[in-house]
Design a protein around this ligand. Structure first.
Ligand SMILES: [Ca+2]
Length: 203
């Protein structure tokens, strides 16, 4: 019985904290799967198939898999890779991603490039994979945003390529949505009923 209670509580919690989900689709670049390849494997798929788009001013954006089997995007100097996402709930959001090489990133409105939410921000070049964070930024419900990553053509943070993986935009502190509250109240009521029944049975 205790297990059932735990399962109910867990599902309630999940329902209430749905806002914590990553707003970025395929930020891992793991789909479609090319993990059986080697480091030199480059997918011929268009990035639009991966929910990402790019502006090419350099030698292009490719999807690679490294020797450890990690699939990621590689952005050449002069190219910009971006994806759009929409926000269902106003609030503070954190941004996270892993990178190697050097370049920049930023966050804007989805339909035009202004106003900047996060102005172009340089990444200190790194030979190995490095975790980067941004925010918290204030995002507005109903609005769409575009997060972008660029390979640098010129200094100050020049590097031949920018490797990118695990891009995420998540709510700083999950606020239950109205449905979440309703579910919680209903669930707590059900739990109370069950424990009362259990008490009666024991008596
Ligand atoms: Ca990946």
């Amino acid at each position: 019985m205790r297990k059932t209670f735990t399962a109910i509580a867990a599902s309630l919690l999940l329902g209430a904290t749905g806002a914590q989900a990553n707003l970025v689709t395929n930020g891992t670049f793991d789909a479609p799967d090319i993990s059986t390849g080697s480091f030199s494997t480059v997918t011929s798929l268009s990035f639009s198939d991966l929910n990402w788009g790019y502006y090419s001013g350099g030698s292009g954006v490719t999807k690679l898999v490294d020797d450890a089997g990690n699939q990621f995007a590689q952005i050449a100097s002069g190219d910009i890779l971006y994806t759009s996402f929409s926000v269902a709930m106003s609030g503070q959001y954190n941004i996270g991603f892993d990178f190697q090489g050097g370049g920049l990133w930023g966050l804007t409105g989805a339909t035009n490039w202004t106003p900047e939410v996060v102005a172009p921000t340089y990444l200190t070049p790194s030979a190995g994979w490095t975790a980067a964070t941004g925010g918290p930024v204030s995002l507005v419900a109903g609005d769409s945003y575009k997060i972008y990553f660029g390979g640098m053509v010129t200094p100050p943070q020049f590097y031949p390529t920018l490797g990118l993986d695990n891009v995420s935009v998540t709510a700083v502190s999950p606020v239950p949505e109205p449905e979440g509250y309703a579910m919680m109240v209903a669930g707590l009521g059900a739990l109370g009923l069950m424990s009362r029944r259990r008490l009666r049975k024991g008596a």
